[in-house]
Design a protein around this ligand. Structure first.
Ligand SMILES: Nc1nc2c(ncn2[C@@H]2O[C@H](COP(=O)(O)OP(=O)(O)OP(=O)(O)O)[C@@H](O)[C@H]2O)c(=O)[nH]1
Ligand SMILES: [Mg+2]
Length: 423
């Protein structure tokens, strides 16, 4: 059930990203008021919304500097350990002073640290080099260890894959956690022998001949270089309560829809594959509920075989909580788009198409779309939400449905004991 509070707010406060929207004529509310018993003050005025696309300047996707990054391949190199020094105690009248070289300091670790304030991997660089350890010195002076280098991850440490053999990874635990991506290594030590053979009660001194310069610790830490894939993808991991994810064929109007319901500004153009990267927009409700809606590049037939932009983006679908199938109602036989999308999802992973979802029939402002609507509704049992992202017609029904799906998802997540996180 929808909260009555959602509808009791003034038109400009219900959705922050929709502050520009104004009250619609009462007639336009008729249909929704029948469906939802609570009185509703917010609606969309077609005339007002029709002006909106021009306000947000349309940009090519390549010119967009900000987009959601959920996957990064990073080269991480631990700091080099400092050289040890091999030298002997030198003091007047002390003939067998023995070795007094110091070990080099260990190279610094690189540590991935979770941060609540980060929700995208866009600030993660492509490579990191740990701080080097200092060299050892004479008079048993050990070199200083290299400082730790922290890389800020998202609110949870992203899942790491393809870790190199030398990398140690402490399993993430708790909401703010850290993972040691790679260890720095000490290259050499000032002692000529392994520690067990060092000077002790039975061997107060060592003869110089037995000393080698340095003792490599690399046998302890075989490698300090690794290429972890920082994979946040989950919208799940990062959004905590997973967002609605729009799935649709290219040109169905997914980006237009995201622009219409949130402040996100993905590129919109009349050619396929305008969107090349995922975009996330936040819909703010009056009860301080925030729902993240994600727009990913279009999916085509054969996507499960890596056609089009393929598998890279099906991965997002796998991790989201619920879906919006966006279809272009103006194309001939739009219901086949729904079937194709479900087929691709099912082929990619069994059961994916059964996720909670809503079908959005976009472009209802076009005459051919209006003609197609009854047949589509007949195919889907009347469940499609017909709207226009450009004119703003019937966007409210979609927003209500998103909230419903979201509330159901939250309730299910809480029942399973998952920790919830707000944007
Ligand atoms: N008439 C009309 N045109 C629309 C509507 N929604 C989107 N369009 C147009 O459809 C074209 C494609 O829109 P996009 O939002 O870029 O579509 P998309 O699904 O994001 O496409 P890709 O990023 O390529 O997957 C643009 O020319 C939009 O102006 C609508 O409701 N009505
Ligand atoms: Mg797009």
């Amino acid at each position: 059930m929808m909260s009555g509070r959602l509808f009791s707010a003034g038109p400009r406060s219900v959705l922050e990203g929709l502050g520009r929207w104004t009250l619609a004529p009462q007639a336009a509310l008729g249909r929704l008021l029948l469906q939802h018993t609570a009185p509703r003050l917010l609606s969309l005025s077609s005339a007002d919304c029709a002006k909106e696309p021009s306000r947000k300047k349309l940009l090519s996707e390549k010119k967009l500097k900000r987009h959601f990054v959920d996957h990064r391949r990073v080269l991480v190199r631990g700091g080099h350990g400092g050289d040890g020094v091999s030298c002997f105690h030198s003091e007047p009248r002390k003939e067998f002073g023995g070795p007094d070289g110091g070990d080099g300091g260990n190279g610094g670790h690189i540590i991935l640290k979770g941060s609540q304030r980060v929700n995208s991997l866009s600030s993660v660089l492509s490579q990191y080099q740990g701080f080097n350890g200092e060299d050892g010195g004479s008079k048993n002076c050990f070199g200083r260890n290299g400082a730790l280098l922290y890389v800020r991850g998202t609110h949870r440490v992203p899942c790491l894959s393809h870790l190199g053999p030398g990398a140690t990874l402490s399993p993430p635990s708790g909401p703010l956690n850290t993972a040691v991506l790679t260890c720095g290594k000490a290259v050499s030590s000032g002692w000529g022998m392994p520690p067990a053979c060092r000077r002790g009660a039975t061997h107060p001194t060592w003869h110089p001949v037995t000393l080698n310069r340095g003792w490599a610790l690399t046998c302890v830490v075989p490698s300090s270089e690794t290429h972890p894939d920082l994979c946040l993808s989950q919208m799940e991991e990062m959004v905590a309560h997973p967002p609605v994810l729009q799935v649709g064929f290219p040109n169905a109007g997914k980006s237009s829809l995201l622009r219409a319901i949130s402040n996100a500004k993905p590129a919109v153009a009349a050619y396929p594959f305008t969107t090349l990267n995922p975009h996330v927009g936040i819909v703010h409700y009056e009860d301080h509920q925030q729902v993240a809606v994600a727009d990913v590049p279009g999916i085509i037939r054969g996507a499960h075989q890596n056609r089009g932009l393929g598998l890279a983006f099906l991965r997002h679908i796998e991790r989201c909580g619920f879906l919006l199938f966006v279809v272009d109602l103006a194309v001939p036989e739009p219901w086949t788009q729904v079937e194709d999308l479900k087929y691709e999802l099912e082929k990619y992973e069994q059961g994916l198409s059964e996720r909670p979802h809503a079908v959005v029939a976009n472009k209802i402002d076009l005459p051919q779309a209006r003609a197609n609507l009854p047949t589509l509704q007949a195919h889907l049992g009347g469940k499609a939400i017909a709207l226009s992202a450009v004119t703003g017609e019937n966007l409210e029904e979609l927003l209500l449905r998103i909230k419903e799906l979201h509330d159901e998802h939250m309730a299910a997540s809480l029942a399973q004991g998952h920790q919830l996180f707000r944007w």
